[in-house]
Design a protein around this ligand. Structure first.
Ligand SMILES: [Zn+2]
Length: 119
């Protein structure tokens, strides 16, 4: 399975974490996944989370760096974080693609999964 570059202790993810008041955050910048408050191993253990971020990577590839960012921030201002169209799409992709990223391991239970920030 081909995974993108993963950056731990990212200052960009830390900013997003403060903004979302979330204990841990993964965010996509270009073709990399930036983490804050979570290690690479912990992140990779949750196939729902990986599938969610991989959908953001596809969105980036579809719209380009600037196109993605403008649409994402516009969606945030207009609908609030939880209802950003890209986030709705990524949550659906998480449910759809988690078995693929689980690579034969059992899927984590609802309690074990990383919760999506609600705001
Ligand atoms: Zn997301």
């Amino acid at each position: 399975m081909q995974l993108p570059r993963i950056v731990e202790n990212s200052p960009f993810a830390r900013l997003a974490r403060l903004k979302l008041t979330a204990p841990n955050v993964a965010m996509v910048l270009g073709r990399s996944i930036h983490l804050s408050g979570v290690t690479r191993e912990e992140f990779l253990r949750d196939p729902f989370w990986v599938a969610h971020e991989m959908e953001h990577i596809r969105q980036y590839e579809r719209h380009g760096r600037l196109g993605f960012l403008v649409r994402y921030l516009w969606g945030w201002a207009r609908h609030g974080y939880y209802n950003i169209p890209f986030e709705i799409e990524a949550r659906a992709a998480a449910e759809r693609d988690a078995p693929f990223y689980a690579q034969g391991r059992p899927l984590p239970t609802a309690a074990e999964r990383h919760p999506s920030p609600k705001q």
